[in-house]
Ligand binder design. Structure first.
Ligand code: PSU
Ligand code: MN
Length: 311
C-alpha cells in the first residue's frame, strides 16, 4: 500500500543515503510562539540543523497530507495562518479526511517521523501530566506515543506548568528512557532543574548514538519495553535561565487565570505559554527561543553521530 505520508525530496534522499536527518515539531511554531518570532525561529532551525551537518525535516499536515520535510511555502503557511489546528496522533486521520492544514505535536511528529524512517527529533518541551490530572485525567498523548516510537527526542524536559514529578513517573511506567545531557537533573524548561533527579547522564553525542544503537538492537530482537524513545533532556545553561522569582510569579498568575477562565484540554498549554510571554515581559519568549535552537543543534549532532555509527 502506498504510504499516506509525503516525504520531502531532500529528506528522502538523505535517508536513502544514510545521512543525518532531524525531525522538527510544528506545534511549537504554530501555537507555542507568536508571529513573527516563530517565523524567524523556523528559519534559524533550518540553518542550525544544516550548519551541524544534518537535514531538517519539519513535520505538519498541509491540505490533508501529512508531510515530513516541509518546504519554505509550507513553513510560511504554518507560522502565518491564525487558528492552525493542533493535531495529536489520533487527529491525523480526521485531518487527512477533511483536507485541513494543521501543526503536529510531539506525539504526531514522533509517529510520522518514525514511520518515515527518521531516528532523531528536536522539540522544546514535551507534553506531560498536567497539574490536577488526578481529577482531569489530562495527560498528553506525547507520553504514550513515545513509548512506541524508536526515536531520540531532544527536549528541555517539561514546563513547570505541568506536574513534573508525575510526568517523570509516567515516563517510567510507559518504559520511555530518559537521560540528562551533561546533567543528572530533569530540566523544567525555563529552569535548569525541574526538581527531579535522573538515573542516566550522557556526556556527548557519540554516547547518545551508542545508546540509541543498543535500543535499536533490543527493538529488533523484540525485547518488550526496551524499544521506545530515548528522551535526551538538554537543560538551559545557568546564564540563560528565566529568573526564579519571575518564573514563579508568572506561573502562579497563569494557573489562577486559566482556572478562572475555565481553560482546559489542549488549549491549556498554548494559553499558559502566551501568559508567560506577557507576564515575564518577553523573558520567557527569549528563553524559549534559546531552548529550541539549542535542542535543534544538539539533535543534529546526535543525528550525525548516529549516521557515523551506521545507526
Ligand atoms: N510544551 C511546550 N511547548 C509546546 C508544547 C508543549 O513547552 O508548544 C506543545 C508540543 O507540541 C506538545 C504539545 O507535543 O504542546 C502537547 O500538548 P497536549 O498537552 O495538549 O498534548
Ligand atoms: Mn491534554
Amino acid at each position: 500500500m502506498k504510504t499516506p505520508v509525503a516525504i520531502g525530496e531532500e529528506v528522502r534522499a538523505a535517508l536513502a543515503a544514510g545521512r543525518a536527518v532531524v525531525a522538527l515539531e510544528s506545534t511549537l511554531l504554530a501555537h507555542g510562539l507568536p508571529y513573527p518570532e516563530n517565523a524567524a525561529l523556523a528559519r534559524d532551525l533550518d540553518a542550525i540543523v544544516r550548519g551541524a551537518g544534518a537535514v531538517p525535516a519539519t513535520v505538519a499536515v498541509i491540505g490533508g497530507v501529512p508531510v515530513v520535510g516541509l518546504d519554505a511555502a509550507g513553513i510560511d503557511r504554518l507560522v502565518q495562518t491564525p487558528g492552525m489546528a493542533k493535531l495529536s496522533a489520533r487527529d491525523l486521520a480526521l485531518a487527512m479526511a477533511s483536507g485541513i492544514d494543521g501543526a503536529t505535536t510531539v506525539a504526531s511528529t514522533a509517529a510520522l517521523a518514525a514511520a518515515a524512517g527518521i531516528g532523531t527529533f528536536a522539540t522544546g518541551g514535551l507534553g506531560g501530566v498536567h497539574r490536577g490530572a488526578r481529577d482531569t485525567y489530562d495527560e498528553s498523548a506525547d507520553l504514550a506515543t513515545l513509548a512506541t516510537t524508536p526515536l531520540v527526542v531532544v527536549c528541555a524536559g517539561v514546563k513547570s506548568l505541568l506536574d513534573i514529578p508525575a510526568t517523570i513517573e509516567r515516563l517510567e511506567s510507559l518504559n520511555v528512557a530518559v537521560a540528562g545531557y551533561r546533567t543528572d537533573r530533569f530540566p523544567g524548561f525555563y529552569r535548569r532543574d525541574g526538581g527531579v533527579g535522573l538515573d542516566w547522564t550522557l556526556e556527548d553525542p557519540e554516547a547518545v548514538a551508542r545508546a540509541a544503537q543498543a535500543r535499536d538492537r533490543l527493538r529488533a530482537a523484540g525485547v518488550a519495553g526496551a524499544g521506545g524513545a530515548l528522551v535526551l533532556a538538554n537543560p538551559l545553561p545557568a546564564e540563560e535561565e528565566l529568573d526564579g522569582a519571575l518564573h514563579d510569579a508568572a506561573l502562579a498568575t497563569g494557573l489562577a487565570e486559566a482556572a478562572r477562565r475555565g481553560i482546559h484540554g489542549k488549549a491549556v498549554t498554548p494559553f499558559l505559554l502566551a501568559h508567560f510571554h506577557v507576564a515575564t515581559g518577553g523573558e520567557s519568549l527569549r528563553a524559549n527561543l534559546v531552548i529550541v535552537r539549542r535542542n535543534a543543534h544538539l539533535a543534529a549532532e546526535v543525528a550525525v553521530a548516529r549516521a557515523r555509527l551506521g545507526a
